[in-house]
Design a protein around this ligand. Structure first.
Ligand code: NAD
Length: 254
């Protein structure tokens, strides 16, 4: 028996990194998966791989999470194909240009990052929640970041967008608990995916990142995906508004 048997999950940014791992893990655990991404090539590769292993369980759809019309389309397709939406993994995100300190950040760059990360996350919740209410329950997992709690120099827009996700999560958890909709956020530290290659491909930076982690390795996509699986599943039925840090102990507090 799978941990997500009978569930329908929408996973954004599923063409790469953590989202691709979540799509695979959720299908393995019995979910029907609506995998979305704006990168057709990556999405195509994922569908080819999962289509063989899990025929009829996974569909892929092109989506820009910052576009409201795309969200309407995704929810319609999910319900049209699988009948409902039980789970949303709001995973798609971009880092933006990384060398800008706050005083050099342009409005264009701010808007770009905020639109994908914060607006995209908000629109996802806005459009799945009516369907979850109709369905009588749901679980939303918003992928924030450690930077959404502590901020990170040079990543002003990214940190702000991830902080917005953290607090939107708690507000939505309060608003929709009575509808049996749980909303939680995940805050990964450094995870080895294409989005961190600009850091991990440099041996000195990589060593420094690992040195800062008590568990002494860089997080892998499955480390986040298993946490998303738990929060998405009924095993976490009494958990909402929670923020789960996955950082190998990097920010252990007293
Ligand atoms: P990734 O770059 O490997 O994958 C992100 C995916 O999102 C890509 O397939 C990309 O095409 C897609 N995407 C980007 N913009 C989109 C848009 N507008 N609409 C739809 N899809 C879009 O990244 P990842 O490292 O797997 O990150 C996944 C999530 O985890 C992101 O939200 C990221 O901010 C967050 N995160 C990552 C780390 C890390 O160290 N990798 C740490 C903290 C948080």
């Amino acid at each position: 028996m799978g941990r997500l048997d009978g569930k329908v999950a929408v996973i954004t940014g599923a063409g790469s990194g953590q989202g691709a791992m979540e799509a695979e893990l959720f299908a393995r655990e019995g979910a029907k998966v609506v995998a979305t991404d704006m990168n057709d090539e990556h999405l195509g590769e994922l569908l080819e791989r999962l289509g063989e292993q899990y025929p009829d369980a996974v569909i892929g759809l092109r989506q820009d999470v910052s576009k409201e019309a795309d969200w309407q389309h995704i929810v319609e397709e999910a319900v049209g194909t699988f009948g409902k939406v039980d789970i949303l993994i709001n995973n798609a995100g971009i880092t933006g240009i990384t060398e800008f300190t706050l005083n050099k950040l342009t409005i264009e760059e701010w808007d770009k990052v905020m639109n994908v990360n914060a607006l995209g996350n908000f629109l996802g919740m806005k459009h799945v929640i009516p369907e979850m209410k109709r369905n009588g329950q749901g679980s939303i997992v918003n992928i924030s970041s450690l930077t959404g709690i502590s901020g990170l120099g040079g990543l002003t827009a990214y940190s702000a967008s991830k902080g917005a996700i953290r607090t939107m999560t708690k507000g939505a958890a309060r608003d929709f608990g009575g509808d049996h909709i749980r909303v939680n956020s995940i805050h990964p530290g450094y995870i080895e995916t294409p989005s961190t290659e600009y850091l991990t491909s440099n041996a000195d930076i990589r060593d420094a990142l690992i040195a800062a982690v008590p568990l002494k390795y860089l997080g892998q996509s499955e480390d986040v995906a298993y946490a998303a699986l738990f929060l998405a599943s009924d095993e976490a039925r009494f958990i909402t508004g929670e923020e789960l840090i996955i950082d190998g102990g990097q920010t252990i507090k007293e």
